[in-house]
Design a protein around this ligand. Sequence first.
Ligand SMILES: [Zn+2]
Length: 303
Amino acid sequence: MDDRGRILLRAQRPTPAREDGDTVMRAVEDVLGELERGEAWGRARAVGIGSAGPVDASAGTVSPVNVPGWRGYPLVERVRAATDGLPVELVGDGVAMTAAEHWQGAARGHDNALCMVVSTGVGGGLVLNGSLHPGPTGNAGHIGHISVDLDGDPCPCGARGCVERIASGPNIARRALEAGWRPGPDGDTSPAAGARAARAGDPLATASFDRAAQALAAGIAATATLVEIDIAVIGGGVAMAGDVLFAPLRRALREYATLSFVRRLTVAPALTGTDAGLVGAAAAALRAFPDPAAARLRSAVRG
Ligand SMILES: [Zn+2]
């Protein structure tokens, strides 16, 4: 990508997520190899990585939950080696999406924002005082794993009642099914089918979306109260449900975001779509290495 956010080259490989770590890395190296053969590569001054979490940007390692072969995997070092020592910036995928929304999407022009991805999981990131705020390890704004239900269901992270445990797509569908929702003749019990049922007026599917909206609202209100954001941007598959999610979310926010300084908080759907991670990783790299000459020097010093 260039400084103005235009995508110059694109390469893509499937993630062999169940394979060993080096096999997964070979897919990354294939992508880099294809990019390096492109004409625009000569002008590349930094590499941005947006990875499924958890990531540790301070150590340059990633441990994506769904890629068991990568635990504390030194992805930054490997990518630097595969790109002749270009400087590499690593952020979590929620932070990457936030960078994209702040650069080109619904958070553009906002100095204080929370951006969220609500899909299979719930991730997020923060813009504070006009800048992306990845935090020391690249995970700040991880709203999916703050608890909004103290005695709630155990979450795979080890805590209880996390936003993700209530508001992720699979959990919305699961809760509707447990309450007695029966899918249509096609037997589709996916979150998208749940959204269609809610839109058609099914009370059990609607109730499950309402509960998800309530959890999101509580998490957003807590974030706003802590750091004074003025907009919450929501993307991901569940946000595609539209008003089925956003109408109860706006209602619930009025219940939870009550103090004077958070009452003007608005909620908006994300705009950057499926390229959010790509655009955001580039934005994070440009932010980390704004000056091409300095980036080359820094890379040289690192060896
Ligand atoms: Zn959790």
